[in-house]
Design a protein around this ligand. Structure first.
Ligand code: FES
Length: 109
């Protein structure tokens, strides 16, 4: 039997509600999700929980396409959610879209 995953887009905030090289936390289906905005206005969404020991990635430093966790400095790739070598781990990533300066998060992560 074929399974179909219904996708919904949640309107979570405006693009300008996310500071450049910063983040904003929103709640998506009971999970805290960090929205990151890069210097060139790309937006990425990751669960706000470091794969190391659960640190709040939203309070980390954003640079290039990465965020450095504020607790122990692991670097997490914003486009994949993977920890950069030599660290290993992965955080849940959400698909997003930006339309008319509004940011939407997919609920079928
Ligand atoms: S909790 Fe993020 S690096 Fe340790």
């Amino acid at each position: 039997m074929e399974m179909r995953v219904e996708q919904e887009w949640l309107d979570v905030c405006g693009l300008d509600d996310i500071p450049r090289l910063g983040s904003r936390v929103v709640e998506v289906e009971g999970i805290w999700v960090a929205l990151f905005r890069t210097a060139d206005d790309q937006v990425h969404a990751l669960e706000d929980r470091c794969p190391h020991k659960g640190g709040p990635l939203s309070q980390g430093i954003v640079f290039d396409q990465r965020v450095a966790c504020p607790l122990h400095g692991w670097q997490i790739r914003l486009d994949t959610g993977h920890a950069c070598a030599p660290d290993e781990g992965c955080v849940r990533r959400y698909r997003i879209k930006v339309e008319h300066d509004q940011v939407f998060v997919a609920t079928d992560a």
